[in-house]
Design a protein around this ligand. Structure first.
Ligand code: MTE
Ligand code: LUZ
Ligand code: MOS
Length: 755
């Protein structure tokens, strides 16, 4: 089935926040923010700004009737700064005017006097000064201290990965307007309508029942709207409360890049020990996460870095500690993979380091240590349905790894100025929110009296195709055609207390709730049909909108059955609740079963480096991915391709830069480069692994949103191989992204023999 949005997307008819017709009298807001990364406000003068044409109101912390607080995990972040300033771009005031341009013009006239302090922008420096978001967390398994003496080889090093700008096509924004009696409706481009509702209620000092949040779809979220869509919606709602007028607040690209957090940069130390036959015996790491100026989702992201710190390998002795370091940057936040990619980059760097020293291909070590069914992970969960070895074999045979290796070898021997490299990147990614209580969802299904169906869930459509999958679930359970079913917008009055659509669980959690609701309705309908044929409900089935009795078609169709059931006063509406069974986690010992299941996969990447220019091309990425039993291969292959390219961007060209004063230097699309058609792999081949799926995945179709992003890590190490083929002495410490400049410096590093 095609994505149900494809037609309206291509014809430009899909409705995003900015396409919602505005109401008469709508006002526009622009956010005035801190020009310094650290210090405090001495005075602020709105008089000149207020006198500008069209200005209606300037809202500051003083206008907040409730709590001036937006922190989701810890209450450590003000909506509008009162005195202390913690990062450049921190919101201080909201200018509301008749037009957007007037709001922007007036914003420039605000006079802020401040005292500036030295900013901390580096995670290690923050840790050294004990500037932490929370105490460090450590995952332990076995006894690394004792294991080192058994190791034949021990390598120590450092691995750094940089942040990443989400660059959703649709920037952050919200449109709020008053309903009657102090109620407010908010349209928000958010992955978490409940967070918007809850935080707005807290800030405005009213009950959540006064706030209705509605989301049609997002022009991309990628984690950037899991937590950080909230403040803009709250500001718009605050404007509504103060003025009783509709208020629209949409960030322009530059404000969005400056004011919002990104993927967390990590700086890590590692130590890895191997036996003579290349078994990993011990692994230790210390990770320094650059959290920015407030917690946001950093603690949970730090957790996932720990969960995935051994990636796809069985390691009997591990000790990994992670610090969430508080710096004077915008609070960093969820980004596809949610700390997992950063954790995996460290162990992959350690393996590449070991391989380089041992003068063997990295895959020899990777393959030797792959997880198998029954292996216990450092957090206590055992691998179930472990198909990594099978996936590995599948890929190696299908694409003939041996001949690829030989070809690359021959190429490198016969070319001086072009070198090729390749890498393998296995991925094992846990599916579930690591915070167990978040793994719940609800669905509301109406069968209308004409037999058509309306579905509401807590899932947010952000381009990943969750609505199409949900529609498929209902179509399959009822066996009715897709054109009878409509996916409603996501609305807090229809489905309440939702978790964000995140952690790749959108289809699983909401799909399971939906499946339950549909099954409950189906049971009622079978009872009704059974009654009219004088048989048991178990003898009734529905196939393509025809009612069957003991496998034989009757003269009754779906529409007639619904009509009959309605006349019999059967309830044609159902609401169901799903909570992932089995999972649990105890943070005090860092053990449990946090994940419903794991997704597995493997990518083979080949690159060619131009050794005069430092430029490179990705020749091919060949993937074997565990989809379970995919319910929509078109959508799922699209997710793999998109995630892969996003991962490659993070690892190669996307370079976030802040200066020592905490100013974002890569704050525009001329200074921050994401992959385009010229930089994507020349070939991407995706193969589905032969996998049974799992009952915890909706219709055994495994979650696919985030795991493939980590295939992009393979590109980093393929480039590394190519650089070393040119300059065998280049001892490159892992430092992503591998920009063309870094490649060039690696090629001609000081210890190059030709220099
Ligand atoms: N795909 C598109 N097109 N746009 C997005 O914003 N977000 C990703 C992934 N795929 C995203 C996407 C992220 S970060 C997650 S967690 C999942 O989709 C969320 O959706 P799901 O849970 O339905 O897979
Ligand atoms: N969000 C979250 C996530 O709150 N918890 C998670 O475990 C998670 N994992 C991936 C992406 N978002
Ligand atoms: Mo995705 S980072 O879980 O929104």
């Amino acid at each position: 089935m095609k994505n149900i949005d494809s037609k309206s997307h291509v014809t430009g008819k899909s409705i995003y926040l900015d396409d919602i017709p505005t109401r008469q009298g709508t006002l526009y807001a622009a956010v005035f923010s801190s020009p310094i990364a650290h210090g405090w406000i001495e005075s602020i003068d709105f008089a000149q700004a207020f006198a500008m044409p069209g200005v209606v109101q300037i809202i500051s912390h003083k206008d907040i009737p409730g709590e001036n607080q937006i922190g989701g995990i810890f209450p450590d972040e003000e909506l509008l700064a009162k005195k202390e300033l913690h990062f450049q771009g921190q919101p201080i005031a909201v200018v509301i005017a008749d037009t957007e341009q007037q709001a922007f013009d007036a914003r420039k006239k605000i006079i802020l006097k401040f005292t500036e302090r030295k900013a901390i922008v580096d995670a290690r420096e923050a840790q050294a000064q004990n500037s932490l978001i929370m105490p460090p967390r450590t995952f332990r398994k076995g006894d690394t201290k004792n294991a080192w003496k058994d190791c034949t080889y021990i390598f120590e090093g450092r691995a750094k990965s940089n942040g990443q700008e989400h660059l959703y096509l649709e920037t952050q924004g919200a449109y709020a307007y008053p309903l009657e009696n102090g109620n407010i409706k908010i349209h928000s481009s958010t992955q978490s309508p409940t967070a918007v509702q809850r935080t707005t209620a807290q800030v405005l000092n009213i009950g959540m029942h006064h706030i209705e949040v509605d989301v049609q779809r997002l022009g991309g979220g990628f984690g950037g709207k899991e937590d950080q869509a909230t403040p803009w919606a709250v500001m718009a709602a605050l404007g509504v409360q103060v003025l009783n007028k509709p208020v629209k607040l949409v960030l322009n690209r530059i404000d969005d890049m400056r004011m919002t957090g990104k993927r967390h940069p990590y700086d890590s130390d590692y130590k890895i020990g191997l036996s003579k036959d290349l078994k990993i015996l011990a692994f230790e790491a210390t990770m320094y996460q650059n959290a920015g100026a407030a917690a946001d989702l950093s603690p949970a992201i730090l957790g996932r870095s720990l969960f995935h710190s051994t990636n796809s390998y069985f390691i009997p002795n591990t000790k990994v500690t992670a610090y969430s370091c508080k710096t004077n940057l915008p609070p960093n936040t969820a980004f596809r993979g949610f700390g997992g990619p950063q954790g995996m980059f460290v162990i992959e760097s350690a393996l590449a380091h070991a391989a380089r020293e041992l003068k063997i291909p990295t895959y020899k070590i990777q393959h030797k240590n792959l997880l198998k069914t029954g292996d216990e992970l450092p957090y206590g969960q055992k691998i179930e349905g472990g198909i990594l070895l099978q996936i590995w074999k599948n890929l190696v045979q299908k694409f003939d790894l041996q001949s690829i290796e030989n070809q690359i070898d021959t190429f490198n021997k016969s070319n001086t100025h072009f070198k090729k490299g390749f890498s393998l990147m296995p991925v094992t990614f846990g599916i579930s929110f690591t915070k167990t209580p978040m793994n719940q969802a609800r669905a509301l299904v109406h069968i209308y009296s004409d037999g058509s169906i309306g579905i509401s869930t807590g899932a947010i459509e952000m381009g990943q195709g969750v609505n199409t999958k949900l529609l498929q679930v209902a179509a399959q359970v009822f066996s009715v055609s897709a054109n009878k079913i409509k996916l409603e917008s996501t609305n807090t009055t229809r489905v309440a207390n939702t978790s964000p659509t995140a952690a790749s669980t959108g289809a699983d959690l909401n799909g399971k709730a939906l499946e339950m609701a549909c099954n409950a309705l189906l049971a009622r309908l079978k009872t009704s049909a059974g009654k009219s044929f004088g048989v048991s409900p178990d003898d009734i089935s529905i196939q393509d909108e025809i009612i069957y009795q003991n496998g034989i078609a009757t003269s009754m169709n779906w529409t007639q059955l619904i009509d009959q059931a309605f006349l019999e006063r059967v309830n044609l509406t159902e609401n169901a609740h799903y909570a992932t069974p089995v999972i649990h986690y105890d943070m005090s010992i860092e053990k449990g079963i946090p994940f419903a299941y794991h997704v597995y996969g493997l990518a083979l990447t080949e690159v060619t480096v131009d050794c005069l220019r430092g430029t490179y091309e990705i020749d091919t990425v060949k993937i074997v991915h565990d989809f379970g039993k995919s319910m929509n291969p078109t959508i799922d292959f699209g997710q793999v391709e998109g995630a892969l390219v996003q991962g490659i961007g993070w690892m190669t060209m996307e370079e976030i830069r802040y200066n020592d004063q905490g100013r974002l230097l890569s704050g525009t699309l001329s200074t921050y480069k994401i992959p385009d058609i010229y930089s994507v792999p020349k070939e991407i081949i995706i193969n589905a692994a032969q996998s049974e799926g799992t009952d915890f995945a909706i219709l055994k179709s495994k979650a696919v949103g985030e795991p493939p992003l980590m295939y992009g890590i393979g590109t980093y190490f393929a480039i590394n191989q190519a650089v070393m083929a040119f300059n065998p002495k280049a001892k490159l410490s892992a430092d992503a992204p591998f920009t063309v400049e870094k490649v060039l410096m690696g090629l001609y590093a000081a210890d190059h023999p030709d220099r």
